[in-house]
Design a protein around this ligand. Structure first.
Ligand code: SF4
Ligand code: SF4
Length: 349
């Protein structure tokens, strides 16, 4: 059995395979990413692009990790969600066969309205558009088109508030599953009208989805490294569809940057992180954006504790919501100003 379902089962026996250098989830994602080589031309990253953070830890010390720590009840609760997600990710990956030939690259306002109506009916919470900057494409990866539709789905407050727990992990997985289903349906709608469309994988992905969501204007990256949006706070997952549509209503302003001024004062996620993996002061990362997480420090705890998510759960934006935080916030003129530039243009090599 392929993918996450197979991986869950394989992980149960993983402690006997200490020689494995990458997790089975990462191996699955790399196989999907590599389908970009079915294209004669695709968009490459810049030399300074970041590598993708591995999804799972290398299993070099024999400790059980991730799915291997689930008990039988949890495993059977998780399987339908993981199976649906894996099947849909595989279907999405199969669309990267290099065979679809778009008939057009411009659309009408009516197309955009119908696309958005379909998306909201399928469960999308918010949706915007972006011209993908090449520095958001991960090292050694590629994308088929230079534009993207970026959308969010919500995760429920109650299970997320129990993080780290199985219920919170299951809610996160449901978010990924929903993204995989929605992305495929929207891609089929788009292709049926003659435009190019490819789903980004729900897990992993060849671009930095949080980065894309911020420059699309869906929200802003908080000090916990996650997107904070006006619709779901930080309780969201992000999906991406790459497309050749060149007249998408891309916006250039982000009205949510005040959130980072609030972060500079709040720092609750930093205090609550059990392994001090969130930097007390985010580091400038060279493109105007910020690096706020020590991923190596996070990963061990993340893998051993239902993928953790404490930083997501304790964030005031997850708990009381965007509007209430905004209403009470009086501003913070001393906050460091980080802002990913919006106007970069992707170029086909
Ligand atoms: S917990 Fe506070 S500092 Fe951390 S991301 Fe949320 S608002 Fe920002
Ligand atoms: S997921 Fe957990 S360990 Fe990782 S940064 Fe957030 S709170 Fe810290």
């Amino acid at each position: 059995m392929f993918g996450m379902l197979g991986n869950i089962i394989k992980e149960q026996f993983r402690s006997t395979k200490q020689e494995q250098e990458i997790s089975s989830d990462d191996a699955m994602l790399i196989r999907m990413d590599d389908k970009i080589h079915n294209f004669d031309n695709f968009i490459h990253p810049l030399p300074e692009s970041k590598p993708r953070t591995p999804f799972g830890s290398p299993n070099k010390d024999g400790k059980k990790r991730g799915a291997a720590l689930l008990n039988v009840r949890e495993l059977f609760t998780m399987l339908p969600t993981a199976l649906t997600m894996t099947i849909n990710m595989q279907r999405g990956s199969n669309l990267y066969d290099g065979k679809f030939v778009p008939e057009r690259q411009r659309v009408t306002d009516e197309f955009i309205s119908t696309l958005e109506e379909n998306a909201y009916e399928l469960g999308v919470k918010d949706l915007k558009y972006v011209k993908v900057p090449r520095n958001a494409i991960f090292q050694n990866k590629g994308i088929p088109h230079e534009y993207a539709i970026v959308f969010t789905v919500e995760m429920d407050k109650e299970p997320i508030s129990t993080a780290p727990s199985f219920d919170a992990l299951h809610e996160v997985m449901k978010g990924y599953k929903n993204i995989s289903v929605i992305a495929n349906k929207l891609v089929h709608f788009m292709r049926n009208t003659g435009v190019g469309a490819y789903p980004g994988t729900a897990l992993g992905g060849t671009t930095d989805y949080v980065h894309l969501a911020e420059i699309a204007g869906l929200g802003v990256i908080g000090y916990h490294g996650l997107l904070i949006s006006p619709t779901e706070g930080a309780r969201l997952r992000i999906g991406v569809i790459y497309t050749n549509i060149e007249n998408l209503p891309v916006q250039s302003e982000n009205e949510h940057l005040w959130v980072r001024d609030f972060c500079a004062m709040c720092k609750k996620c930093i205090r609550k992180c059990p392994v001090n993996a969130i930097f007390d002061q985010p580091k400038p990362r060279g493109d105007g954006g910020m690096q706020s997480i020590d991923h190596d420090a996070c990963r061990e705890y993340f893998d051993q504790n239902y993928t953790c998510a404490i930083c997501l759960a304790v964030c005031p934006f997850s708990q009381v919501g965007y509007d209430k935080v905004k209403e009470r916030f009086k501003g913070n003129p001393n906050a460091p100003q980080f802002q990913i530039p919006v106007g970069e243009i992707a170029v086909i090599d």
